[in-house]
Design a protein around this ligand. Structure first.
Ligand code: HEC
Length: 101
């Protein structure tokens, strides 16, 4: 079953959240930045992982393969977190885990 929050995710709001809170550090057109471009994130992370990272970078950075944590925890409500995660997920339709071995 799909999590109810995602069913109602609002991509337009997700774009707004991205521009307001993420664009300083993450690009969506491979322009570089302090954090990874969200096309790369979309390709190799699951939506649940993206949500979890936004909720708590300092608890997740090691599991995600970083040796240090520079991303701050950003004060966003649950809906904004789901919406921006939905937007990131929508950037790449083909995912790393869909590749054949
Ligand atoms: C001050 C700069 C900064 C801001 C603002 C920022 N990030 Fe990050 N983000 C980073 C950095 C640097 C990393 C690399 C790991 C770390 O430092 O925690 C990262 C890592 C991530 C990751 C894990 C990427 C991966 O695949 O390994 C996700 C997901 C993420 N950010 C999402 C967001 C979202 C969504 C926002 C806006 C709501 C945001 N970030 C705002 C700097 C930032």
């Amino acid at each position: 079953m799909i999590c109810a929050s995602f069913v109602y995710a609002d991509i337009k709001n997700g774009i707004y959240v991205y521009k307001t809170h993420c664009a300083n550090c993450h690009s969506v057109k491979m322009e570089g930045g302090m954090g990874r471009d969200f096309n790369l994130v979309s390709y190799d992370r699951r939506k649940e992982q993206i949500v979890s990272y936004i909720q708590n970078p300092s608890m997740n950075f090691r599991e995600f393969g970083y040796s240090a944590n520079a991303m701050p925890k950003i004060a966003l409500d649950e809906e904004d977190i789901y919406d921006v995660a939905e937007y990131i997920d929508s950037l790449q339709k083909f995912k790393k885990w869909m590749k054949k071995q």
